[in-house]
Design a binder for this molecule. Structure first.
Ligand code: CA
Length: 384
């Protein structure tokens, strides 16, 4: 375990270093394009007068894998890619504002931008989780396809315009696990009376299954599980869950979860701050966000397999899938809960219709797409 953990950390450090190396190479190329001559100091002075400084508040503990590191890398990369013209300072949860006050801090201009999982803002507008994740919904690649090519970004902009903010995709966790439980789940009745940490629309599904859902940020889950304030908790997946140490207090680890097929992280920006940027800086922000939208899920994927192995072999965690009839009920209740969102208003209905049409189309295509291929692969190799 110790060696594996060290290896994981070494890889983290190497990954961080590769980002810096990449930026250095880009800077060198620029110098060559300029003919290799040093920049005129007067130019540098004039550029320095146009430095824009943004504060980025986040929902994550400092250096927390995926969210924390993803947001820190994004702040650093935008600063470097803009040659310091847009300088972004990253604040971990609680350093400037608490995790769940990120949206309001950006809306009110306390910070110019924030890094978060959009479904934390469900109380602001019930359509917001569609841009993050909803139970029984899309995977990371399906959602990116809907947002970038299926009209999702335009609808996201419309919903967020009501709050004076604007977001881009800036990360994804991939498929999340179903959660940590103190007792076995053999039927839907086993959810009766369970108090479970569950965010977004998934919370309503847990409630309809007879449990009680509560939401709380990362730092509060472990003490709540330990003290018995909650009986079960979902957080993310093997990589993040190993880091928080849930295996120390809960015996059963179920997955995959019905509730988060691929959870988006966003860079949420104060709309006025974003619109005041020069066009080139707007492009840099978007491109850096979309780079994070492929890099962060890749990092999650790379470390999740290794972390699952550590949880099973080194910590003797009992990893299971929910029984088939429980899974079916979870998805059917999810479908009801998600469809009800359309009744909350005209914009809610348009978001749901666009999302639902894309999902139905994707489900038909997936028979012959990623899902079809993985199903055939598993059948042929029969080793999982
Ligand atoms: Ca989660």
């Amino acid at each position: 375990m110790r060696n594996k953990t060290k290896k994981l950390r070494r890889r983290d450090i190497l990954l961080g270093a590769s980002v810096i190396t990449g930026a250095t190479i880009l800077a060198s190329c620029d110098d060559k394009i300029d003919g290799g001559t040093p920049k005129d100091p007067k130019d540098s002075a004039s550029i320095s007068k146009n430095i824009t400084q943004w504060r980025m508040v986040t929902c994550w503990p400092r250096d927390f894998p995926g969210g924390g590191t993803g947001s820190q890398n994004l702040a650093k990369r935008i600063t470097e890619a803009s040659d310091g013209r847009l300088e972004i300072k990253n604040f971990a949860a609680g350093e400037l504002v608490p995790a769940f006050e990120v949206f309001d801090a950006v809306r009110e201009g306390t910070a110019q931008c924030g890094h978060a999982a959009p479904y934390y803002w469900i109380a602001k507008h019930k359509a917001i989780p569609f841009f993050c994740t909803v139970p029984g919904g899309m995977t990371a690649s399906e959602k990116a396809a809907w947002i970038i090519y299926g009209g999702g970004q335009e609808l996201w902009d419309e919903v967020y315009a009501e709050f004076g903010v604007k977001s881009f995709l800036a990360g994804n966790t991939g498929v999340q696990m179903g959660g940590w439980f103190q007792k076995e789940i053999n039927s839907l009745e086993d959810f009766q009376g369970i108090k479970m940490r569950m965010p977004g629309l998934g919370a309503e599904v847990i409630n309809r299954m007879g449990g009680t859902a509560v939401n709380m940020p990362a730092g509060e889950i472990m003490p709540a599980l330990q003290s018995g304030v909650i009986d079960a908790a979902e957080w993310v997946g093997p990589w993040n869950d190993l880091a928080l140490g849930f295996y120390k207090v809960a015996k059963y680890y179920y997955g995959p979860g019905f509730h988060e097929g691929g959870t988006t992280n966003e860079l949420v920006m104060n709309k006025k701050s974003y619109e005041s940027l020069n066009e080139d800086l707007k492009i840099i922000v978007k491109v850096c966000c979309h780079a994070a939208a492929i890099e962060v899920p890749s990092e999650y994927f790379a470390y999740s397999g290794l972390s699952l192995e550590i949880l099973k072999k080194d910590h003797n965690v009992d990893v299971r899938s929910f029984p088939k009839d429980v899974i079916k009920q979870m998805f059917l209740i999810s479908k009801e809960v998600v469809a009800e969102t359309a009744s909350y208003g005209e914009l809610h209905a348009r978001v749901f219709d666009s999302w639902n049409k894309f999902l139905q189309q994707s489900m038909q295509y997936q028979k012959y797409g990623d899902y079809g291929f993985m199903r055939d692969r598993a059948m042929a190799y029969a080793d999982i």
